[in-house]
Every structure is written in structure tokens, then in C-alpha cells.
Design a protein around this ligand. Sequence first.
Ligand SMILES: [Zn+2]
Length: 233
Amino acid sequence: MDRNLSDAVLGLSKRSTRVVIVDPQRDFTLQYNGSLGVLGTEANSSYAERVIAATIDLKHHGFIILATKDWHPKDHTSFASQHQGRKPFETITLSHDLPDGTKRTYEQILWPDHCVQGSEGANFFLPENLIDQFFVKGTRPEFDSYSGIKDDGDLETELSAYLDHNTQIKTLIIYGLATDYCVQATVIDAVAKGLNVVLIKNLISAVDLKSGEKAIRAMESTGKVTICESVYS
Ligand SMILES: [Zn+2]
């Protein structure tokens, strides 16, 4: 079970590093017939198996494993089903008041219903006992939250509070789904908090190949993200 973890990962201090798996949920995988299955997660892709194997080894080596969980009420605004006459993957314009009194108008991609609270598809595809602590996101009906750190209405998640509270944490090892949405948003917000990120390339997958490549370039251009092909050497 114990493969050789790469030096890029093993060299990190367990105390100042956390693993953050972004949305490792059935609905984002084709293997589990997810409603929003991401390319590269087909049953024959071994995506889930790679994530599980890597997580077991990281945990075995003493890293604390965190995960984010997309956890939407069934009337969530990101669902096409909530907007009459709209189909998944169309874009609409939403407008909301922010806590500071300003108004934000932004484009929202409409998704198939996914990760509905309590549904089968919202479950993790890896054994729950591998995850030391998980943090929900996207729980407010009117705001989406690609980021595991704050939602589109700028409300910080419990993960954000955890990272702020544990000031010894300097680096996050990040992987999960999907590269061009929740992984990217979480990485960018982690960097904005002053954290370094090690992104594991063979444990992420994008909704769209081109936007996945663009997302990787955007993350890299922060200068705080190290792209690791694999956790194994
Ligand atoms: Zn979602």
C-alpha cells in the first residue's frame, strides 16, 4: 500500500501542512453516475482509486486530511431547474446585495441539480474515515460557492475559520474536482490568505479541457502554487 511519496510532498512539515481534497463527491464523477460527472472520472479512468490511494498514503505519513463538500439546498440558485426555461450550462446574470451594502452583479453558470443535501450523489466517493474533518460550502440557496473558503456573497466558510485559527498552517496540498471551478477558486482564495499550495495534477480533472489548462496557468501565475504531476515519485 505504501508507494514512494515524492520529495515535494514528503519534504513538507506535517504541522504546517494540511491536505485539502476539493469536493470528492459522487455527483462529480462519471464512475458513480454523478449528475455533474467530470471528464476523466470514468470508471476505467481509475480517478477515484488514485485519489483514495494517495489519500491513504498521505494519511499514513501523518498528514491531516481535510475535504470540502458541496452541500446545496434543493432550491439552490446554481441549478438550472430553479430558473424557468433555462437549461444546464447556460449562463444567467444574478444580482445580490453584499454584507458591506454594495451590490454585486455577476454571471452564473447553471448546473444540473447536484450535491443536494442528504442525497446519494452528495456522498464522498472515498471512505469517510480517511477524512479528518470536512467543511460544507454552497449551503446558502442564493449564492454559489466554487471556493471552499468563501461563497459568492463573500461569506467565509468554516474551512476559512479553521485556516485562520490554525496559524501554524502555511501550505495546503490540494486535489479534487473540478480543476476549472472549485479547485481553482479554492486555490486562489488560499493564496489570497497567504498560503502556499502544492497542486497534484494527476488527482484533478476539469469540466472542460481548455478551461482546465487555463485554470492551471492562472493558479501557477500567482507564484504561490507548485504543480506536482503526482504525489508519488
Ligand atoms: Zn455546486
